[in-house]
Design a binder for this molecule. Structure first.
Ligand SMILES: Cc1cc2nc3c(=O)[nH]c(=O)nc-3n(C[C@H](O)[C@H](O)[C@H](O)COP(=O)(O)O)c2cc1C
Length: 195
């Protein structure tokens, strides 16, 4: 409960490296998450250093392309400035973890209802694994940012990553260089209903 309450999205990181031992503690926490049919539909790809820089260069070029063409997500143009801001934050984080849904397909492909249900279940499972990572990171005094703004650069990023499956989300990780206040939450009275 303590780490649930103290965790924040961190958008400023110290340049200090995160050791592989620490990263393995985070992924060990992810492994223990529940998953639909125990499919464990996740794979975590860790980018640091020059590889991370190349990944983010791809994202930057792709966001710029989307800014001029609006070809990928034409109805979500208003979110593009936030995606550029997220990219800036990702540059300051020493570690970027790509979270793949190993059974998923590109969100730009059509799927039938059966596959959609499977995708929803696997996405829920991945969410549980990601939250385990965030909470374990909080216990280890690390900061994290859960990122979905990669969607604007989806095709270029997945081409670069070269991994089968769906790019579900990204997590930026590093030692925090800010201590933000808790962001507002809806009151219980709004989100809880007894019947
Ligand atoms: C699925 C998901 C995607 C998110 N994507 C982004 C993102 O791309 N960029 C960003 O700055 N924050 C992103 N966030 C962080 C949210 O903005 C943040 O969790 C929310 O504002 C609540 O703040 P808190 O995490 O400090 O409690 C994302 C969070 C989730 C759960």
């Amino acid at each position: 409960m303590n780490s649930i309450e103290t965790r924040r999205s961190i958008r400023k990181y110290k340049p200090d490296e995160v050791s592989r031992e620490v990263i393995e503690q985070l992924i060990s926490a992810a492994r223990l998450a529940p998953s639909a049919k125990n499919r464990q539909p996740w794979k975590f790809i860790v980018y640091t250093g020059a590889q991370k820089d190349s990944l983010l260069d791809v994202m930057e070029k792709s966001l710029q392309k989307e800014q001029t063409t609006h070809s990928l997500l034409p109805q979500s143009q208003s979110g593009l400035p936030d995606a550029f801001n997220t990219l800036k934050i990702m540059r300051t984080a020493p570690v970027i973890i790509i979270v793949m849904n190993t059974g998923g397909i590109s969100p730009f492909e059509q799927i039938d209802s059966d596959s959609r249900i499977t995708e929803i279940c696997d996405t829920l499972s991945i969410g549980a694994a990601v939250q385990n990572i965030l909470l374990r990171a909080e216990e280890l005094s690390l900061g994290t940012l859960w990122i979905a703004n990669t969607c604007y650069a989806y095709n270029d990023l997945t081409d670069f990553i070269g991994e089968k499956g769906q790019l579900a989300c990204v997590i930026a990780i590093g030692y925090p260089d800010e201590a933000p206040a808790q962001r507002p939450r809806k009151p219980l009275s709004e989100i809880l209903e007894y019947r």
